[in-house]
Design a protein around this ligand. Structure first.
Ligand SMILES: C[S@@+](CC[C@H](N)C(=O)[O-])C[C@H]1O[C@@H](n2cnc3c(N)ncnc32)[C@H](O)[C@@H]1O
Length: 298
């Protein structure tokens, strides 16, 4: 098995089993199909309100990046069970193509979309966002992702693909967990022990990667101040749903390891090791030059 295949296997083991899906639905989504962090106004903000606020804020800065034009074709990288995709479709009327490695996520995404009356707006594709279909080039107005790019073995491949599938003038908007600029990768081990993340990158490294791939107007907004509250809420959800999760077959060892991981993260000074960042960029509306230009002198 190649390193790539082994890593993808780890990702599927984390999210795809029924027990994995239930764990994340309870611990991160509070019952909603959202496997991402939330923006908390205060310590009493309901979890669902916070996760929705993060999607809303990302959509707001994505729209600003796109010059206010509503997207018609959106690509969601690592869409999971589809909470953000459904929200984008409902708010903008766009067709959202959802990419995920886990087939059960795609099935759940489709059935939830149908229940919401959004079946015509949601498409799914099972595969890796590091290698998208060749015929998607130039197809999308907005490439979107929440908390999924950190799973990539090769982030450079993700930005190469995102750039390729965007139409000229299209926007990229994603939020993700990144390494603090002056932190040592080893310090983030408490996060990696329960997440299929091979290694973290800093915002500086990711910005450089995006620029190298041709993106312009690369900007970021730091949401790290919300991380502590997210970890605290997840810890609370594990305690609150422990019996239901165990009865459903979630291994007690996972619950213990996850709780220990969260306890360690809670001891970190805010943003000192991991940061939560939203990034946006554009594909220039001028057609890029392809290949080497050769000029014939007469
Ligand atoms: C933390 S979840 C985020 C799900 C969704 N974006 C949300 O906010 O609810 C990460 C998702 O990315 C998917 N994923 C990770 N690596 C992937 C890859 N290389 N290609 C496609 N999907 C991937 C996982 O299967 C998982 O569903």
């Amino acid at each position: 098995m190649t390193e790539d295949a082994r890593h993808q296997q780890r990702i599927r083991e984390q999210y795809a089993p029924e027990t994995g899906a239930l764990f994340y639905r309870r611990v991160m989504g509070d019952g909603a199909p959202a496997i991402h962090y939330g923006i908390y106004q205060n310590t009493t903000t309901p979890m669902r309100e916070a996760t929705l606020a993060a999607t809303e804020r990302l959509l707001e800065i994505a729209s600003r990046t796109a010059g206010g034009l509503p997207p018609r074709q959106v690509l969601d990288l690592g869409a999971g069970p589809g909470g953000p995709a459904h929200h984008i479709a409902a708010r903008t009327g766009a067709i959202v193509t959802c990419v995920d490695l886990c087939e059960p996520h795609n099935r759940e995404n489709e059935s939830l979309a149908a229940a919401l009356g959004l079946a015509a707006n949601i498409r799914t594709w099972c595969g890796s966002f590091e290698s998208l279909p060749a015929d998607w080039s130039g197809r999308f107005d907005l490439v979107w992702s929440q908390e999924a790019v950190c799973h990539a073995l090769d982030p450079d491949a993700v930005f190469r693909e995102a750039f390729r599938v965007l139409r000229p003038g299209g926007a990229l908007a994603f939020s993700d967990i990144l390494l603090a600029d002056d932190a040592d990768e080893e310090m983030a081990a408490a996060f990696r022990m329960v997440n299929a993340v091979a290694s973290f990158r800093t915002a500086t490294e990711i910005s450089a990667c995006m620029t190298r791939r041709g993106f312009v107007a690369v900007r970021h907004e730091d949401w790290s101040e919300h991380l502590h509250e997210n970890f605290r809420r997840m810890r609370h959800q594990i305690n609150r749903h422990r019996h239901e999760l165990c009865d459903a077959g979630v291994h007690t060892d996972l619950l213990k390891r996850f709780a220990a991981s969260l306890d360690q993260r809670l001891s970190w000074p805010t943003g000192s090791i991991l940061r939560w960042v939203a990034m946006t960029a554009k594909k220039s509306s001028m057609e890029p030059e392809t290949g080497t230009q050769s000029i014939k002198f007469k």
